[in-house]
Design a binder for this molecule. Structure first.
Ligand SMILES: Cc1ncc(C[n+]2csc(CCOP(=O)(O)OP(=O)(O)O)c2C)c(N)n1
Ligand SMILES: [Mg+2]
Length: 1039
């Protein structure tokens, strides 16, 4: 089943005494930054510690006894009671021990006493035997899962290490015939020193086990039997790596207490009904569409009752909304039987003749999302279930689900995750193989990212497409990645639906109790090939020979419960027939569907934001300027410390003073422009969330949205939250060092509400490419595939500043290449052209050259009547460039974002004299104007900034090209020719001018790397392309 490479030597348990010691401590509070350790608070008294029989190993045991005795003398055997009393009374070493009195006067009592201490009262042996038993118990807790019968196929045993040599177990047969041999081996190996004769001896149980139930001592034989029942049947529990004693004790209780896994008749009936639905749904699809891909669940049908059990239990404890992410396997079944999507809506997806009703490209049926609110039948409470749409890219949806969950929690004030939770489903190969799983786990306990516990369910069919685990991962289990966050892992044989149901209930209780992640590993098989068309015998012949022999889990379970008398065979068959009828009727109805509405598959509806038929409420965007008063007020907040007795760093005082100066002069630099945008939106009740690496201060130390008291540790102040009493909250959070995970998370966050500005900033723009999957699969095509809008903003620091090939380019060419506007068609102009263009595009790409424009474009994100992703290439050196400042005049009420900024100098005054028009975008504008000035060419050359690259401002560019009819047209960029904007802009300008003039290029030559590593070369290249840009003869004679 799995590759257990762990060895006994590598996994020696920590001693029971260590555990007992920590158990007796109050749980230390985790102090931020401090190591979480348990400090022993009680020690054996000196006299006891000096006893001659106390050696390195026995002292642990005696210590355990001593603590138990301290709590209550009746906790320990009489002999120990006397011993500790004497020792405490000051008996010298060696004199405290007295032979124990018989346990009562009866013959039985005497026998018990003999069994307990041995015929010869030999304390040392007694201690050692108890220690051995304690270690044995611990060994089961740690390694019992090695032996558990998890694989329904039972074929992968060859991959397993033999039973860990310190477990005395009879494997699948609960007989004790082979104990003798194992005990001898163990004795010979010096493991525990127990032998066969010890099997009937009674041992006191340590406080770290619950196998005793109400009994505090058991014979060894019974101890082993109960441990086997708890840890070596169809459930394998991995939890002993968790470094929290309370959590470990909680899990032990859940699996060790005798009789824990018992179900009422009602529960079993529900389970059977769910198994029927799950199984018959796949069979129905197979019957009707045998040649269609559906990535069936056969072999893991118990996934459906598993999810239902989790949802029931969570609903019972108050959860009202569950957000789920899952891959292809069994997705249609989950939609039908967990989310309860109407069956006809699912079936009609198989009809290739259906016409699409919605704009956009749509997606295949096993990627679409869904949102459904209904009554949970078990708890009679309302529950909303959403299944997020996702791409093929396995696990990519994980952080998106987390972000959406966090946002839902945030907006409903659910600070502890009691009302909203997430469930993530995984395939075994993807869970182990995809790094995003790890990145997502690492968000799970961060204050601004935690969703207070996710339940992970792995459909572990022991194969990924055609690759088996021996080739697919280096860890024993596919779930080992979860150990990094101390999540307990419950492996369960998915052919035992009751065991599955039990672990799922425990998982839900765990999440509800500790609000931490937990994993359920459903060990199963895949009855068919990867999809229904694939032939698995090509690559897994032996596995599939076995699978062919495998009785279906529904059949097995039905036989079991019929034998138990829970239902009769006839009742069972009637229930099956009833569900088949439901499917048939839905199938008949599905034939009436003529049109496919992707809108019916929306995972995140925004009902109040759109009209009833899902359209924007208007097609205009009001002014994005704000009042002078607000500009000054926000400016003042940005320049002061709004709390008393708060000492900020001297350098920061200077920065704030600089800001105050700017405010008094009615100008903004970049940071202040951003402040104005965020602050004004917050004041208008729009939540703003800025996340990314080091965003609180800003990579370039320009932002300083979080102030730190220089004298008091962790005392911080976020002035942006002091703008107005009824403002929306501002969230600014330094993220973990992850792009894929964090960008996915923010995308999910932005999905929840249209009334929030959610921004993700890359440390440097080029780092966005480790999140490429989120950009390519979600952000760029999200609306087209899944008809849902998203207004996320990406801030990507970009610019060639001689810093070398890294840290320079945010790769504008890639974003532009994915824009959906047609380069060859000049669009029809209309009154609301600018807004219509925005509405039609897949995303907006801008490169602002002024703080005012940056301010406006951020505000426009919210003011426009729909949501689109916004990609902003943000500056580095411009942050402090003396010319890159904006007057309040450009930001006050009535002003707008400028899609292009025309030349407003002498060139514009006499356009007929202009010989050249240079179009550019971003920072190079400042290099061009400086050069133009140096050369005295203000009359001859007009410089026009294209601030909104996409959707391309055809209308405004046309005005400019019409203005300068005698000029040649140049596109100038600082990026290399095969990068940057040239390939995007050139055909669009050409279309605008009806191809009447060429569009020349001034910029760096094509190159493989984004920038040179040599400063000298950098400057040389810059000068060279500026020379070209201002050499009016540069292109003469060229075609
Ligand atoms: C990121 C990514 N890489 C590759 C694939 C192609 N692919 C689709 S399913 C699959 C196997 C998945 O195996 P597993 O996670 O065990 O799920 P199962 O199909 O067994 O349920 C692969 C490799 C993909 N969808 N996503
Ligand atoms: Mg698999």
């Amino acid at each position: 089943m799995h590759r257990l490479r762990t060895t006994v030597a590598r996994l020696r348990p920590i001693t029971a005494a260590q555990t007992a010691k920590s158990l007796s401590q109050p749980r230390p509070m985790a102090v931020d930054g401090a190591l979480r350790t348990f400090q022993p608070m009680r020690r054996l008294n000196a006299s006891v510690a000096a006893e001659p029989f106390l050696n390195g190993t026995s002292s642990n045991y005696v210590e355990e006894m001593y603590y138990a005795w301290l709590e209550n003398p009746r906790n320990v055997h009489k002999s120990w009671d006397i011993f500790f009393r004497n020792a405490n009374a000051g008996a010298p070493p060696g004199a405290a021990y007295q032979s124990p009195p018989p346990l009562g006067g009866t013959a039985q009592g005497l026998a018990n006493a003999r069994a307990l201490v041995g015929a010869q009262p030999n304390v040392e042996k007694l201690v050692e035997d108890h220690l051995a038993v304690q270690s044995l118990i611990r060994a089961y807790q740690i390694r019992g899962h090695h032996v558990a019968q998890l694989d329904p196929l039972g074929i992968m045993a060859a991959d397993l290490e033999p039973t860990p040599s310190d477990l005395i177990t009879s494997h699948d047969k609960l007989e004790f015939s082979d104990y003798k041999e194992r005990l001898c081996n163990l004795a010979a190996g010096g493991f525990y020193g127990l032998d066969e004769s010890d099997l009937d001896k009674v041992f006191r149980l340590p406080t770290t086990t619950f196998i005793g139930g109400n009994e505090s001592a058991l014979p060894l034989r019974e101890i082993i039997r109960r441990l086997e029942m708890a840890y070596c049947q169809h459930i394998g529990v991995e939890f002993m790596f968790i470094n929290d004693l309370e959590q470990c004790q909680w899990i032990r209780q859940k699996f060790e207490r005798p009789g824990v896994m018992q179900f009422s008749l009602e529960e079993k009936r529900t389970l059977l009904a769910r198994m029927i639905r799950s199984t018959r749904f796949e069979e129905f699809l197979q019957r009707k569409w045998s040649s269609e891909k559906r990535f069936g669940l056969e072999g893991c049908e118990s996934l459906i009752p598993a999810l239902k059990a989790i949802i029931d239990k969570s609903s019972e404890s108050g959860v009202e909304s569950v957000i789920m992410g899952m891959p292809h396997r069994g997705r249609l079944n989950v939609l039908a039987n967990v989310i309860r999507k109407e069956l006809e809506q699912i079936f009609c997806q198989f009809d290739s003749k259906l016409e699409a009703a919605d704009e956009g490209s749509g997606d295949v049926k096993y990627h679409l999302g869904m949102y459904h609110r209904r009554i949970n039948r078990v708890t009679d409470r309302n529950i909303t279930l959403s299944l997020m749409a996702n791409p093929s890219h396995l696990e990519a949806v994980d952080p998106v689900v987390q972000g959406k969950t966090k946002a839902e929690q945030f907006y409903c004030g659910d600070t502890e995750g009691k009302r909203v939770m997430s469930i993530l489903l995984h395939g075994d190969a993807a869970f182990a193989g995809q790094g995003i799983v790890y990145e997502t786990f690492h968000l799970s306990d961060l204050p601004s990212y935690t969703t207070h516990g996710t339940i992970h369910v792995v459909v572990n069919n022991q194969i990924g497409f055609t690759t088996d685990p021996r080739m697919a991962r280096s860890s024993p289990y596919p779930t080992d990645v979860a150990r990094v966050v101390n999540a307990p892992i419950f492996h369960v044989n998915a052919d035992d639906p009751e065991a599955v149901m039990y672990v799922c209930k425990v998982a839900a209780e765990w999440r509800n109790t500790f609000h931490k992640d937990v994993v359920v590993d459903l060990v199963c098989y895949r009855r068919n090939g990867h999809n229904e068309m694939d032939e698995p015998m090509f690559t897994q012949p032996l596995m599939y020979k076995q699978i062919k022999k495998q009785k279906g889990v529904l059949k097995k379970y039905a036989d079991k419960v019929i034998a138990e008398g829970l239902v009769t065979r006839q009742e069972f068959e009637e229930e099956v027939a009833e569900y088949d009828k439901i499917c048939e009727e839905a199938y008949a109805r599905s034939k009436d569907e003529k049109i496919l509405h992707i809108k019916h598959w929306l995972d995140s509806p925004w009902p109040d934001f759109f009209t009833l038929d899902g359209q924007p409420k208007s097609m205009s965007c009001p002014s994005t300027g704000i009042s002078e008063e607000d500009l000054s007020h926000i400016g003042n907040i940005a320049s002061t410390v709004p709390v008393e007795d708060f000492t900020i760093h001297g350098g920061l005082s200077r920065i704030l003073k600089g800001r105050a100066n700017m405010v008094s002069q009615r100008v903004c630099d970049w940071a202040l422009g951003e402040y104005m945008a965020f602050g004004s939106l917050l004041k208008e009740g729009i939540h703003v969330r800025l996340s990314g690496q080091d965003v609180e201060r800003g990579t370039f130390s320009h932002r300083h949205h979080v102030l730190h008291d220089q004298n008091v540790d962790k005392r911080i102040c976020i002035p942006m939250n002091h703008i107005a009493p009824d403002q929306a909250p501002y969230t600014v959070c330094n993220s973990s060092l992850s792009e894929y995970g964090v960008l996915g998370f923010e995308l999910g966050f932005a999905m929840t509400s249209p009334n929030a500005l959610v921004l993700w900033e890359a440390q440097f723009g080029d780092f966005h490419n480790t999140a490429q999957c989120i950009i390519d699969q979600f952000i760029s095509p999200g609306q087209a595939k899944w008809v849902r809008q998203n207004g996320i903003v990406l801030l990507l620091p970009h610019g060639m500043e001689g810093m070398g090939p890294e840290h320079s380019s945010a790769r504008p060419e890639r974003f532009l290449q994915m824009c959906n506007d047609d380069p060859d068609v000049f669009p029809k102009l209309s009154e609301d052209f600018a807004v219509q263009q925005l509405y039609d595009c897949n995303w907006i790409v801008v490169n602002c050259s002024t703080p005012a424009n940056f301010f406006h474009v951020l505000r426009r994100q919210i003011q426009q009547p729909f949501r689109k992703p916004l990609i902003i290439f943000t500056p580095k050196s411009l942050l402090r460039h003396p010319e890159a400042k904006s007057s309040f005049d450009d930001m006050v009420s009535g002003t707008h974002f400028k899609r292009i900024i025309p030349d407003d100098g002498p060139a514009c005054a006499s356009p007929e004299k202009v010989k050249r028009v240079i179009f550019c975008t971003g920072k190079v504008y400042y290099e061009l104007t400086r050069e133009r000035k140096t050369r005295g060419m203000e009359d001859a050359v007009a410089i026009i900034r294209i601030e909104q690259l996409s959707p391309f401002p055809f209308d405004l560019v046309k005005i400019e090209t019409d203005r300068y009819l005698n000029a040649d047209l140049v596109w100038c960029q600082e990026e290399h020719k095969n990068q940057g904007y040239y390939d995007y802009v050139k055909p669009r300008i050409r279309t605008t001018i009806d191809r009447t003039r060429p569009v020349w290029y001034a910029g760096r030559e094509p190159a493989a790397a984004p920038a040179t590593g040599n400063k000298q070369t950098h400057l040389l290249e810059l000068q060279r392309f500026l020379d070209t840009a201002f050499n009016l003869e540069a292109f003469s004679g060229k075609q």
